[in-house]
Ligand binder design. Structure first.
Ligand SMILES: [Zn+2]
Length: 121
């Protein structure tokens, strides 16, 4: 069975066993295409979104999670979104990059961070 070692995070943020179990469950339930956000993790574990985000970033640094950036396009009828597979890809993106679906410009200010499962040891 897969497991995620959360011992470091547990002691670093002084998390209760219930919260640790909740985080663990969320991580293990992630399918390869699922995206976990701080708000979702916060909702599922009753953590404050800021703490949830800090934990997610720690897990990203540990390579347990991969980081994605989602940017919406400026289409007035229906905003599509474009995923960037890393911060590097996001920062290196051409400002004139257009939405592949409709050709609109991208709303760079409205970028959201999401996480996908990485390597579980
Ligand atoms: Zn679009």
């Amino acid at each position: 069975m897969l497991s995620v070692n959360l011992t470091n995070i547990e002691s670093k943020y002084n998390l209760s066993p219930t919260v640790v179990k909740g985080v663990q469950t969320e991580l293990l339930d992630l399918r390869p295409t699922d995206v976990l956000t701080k708000d979702k993790l916060a909702r599922k574990t009753n953590l404050h979104p800021d703490i949830a985000e800090t934990i997610l970033i720690d897990l990203f640094k540990d390579k347990v999670l991969q980081l994605y950036i989602r940017v919406y396009c400026n289409n007035e009828d229906y905003a599509h979104f474009v995923w960037f597979n890393s911060l590097k890809e996001y920062y290196n993106a051409d400002e004139d990059f257009r939405c592949p679906e409709c050709g609109s410009s991208l709303n760079w200010k409205n970028a959201r961070v999401g996480f996908k499962r990485g390597v579980f040891r």
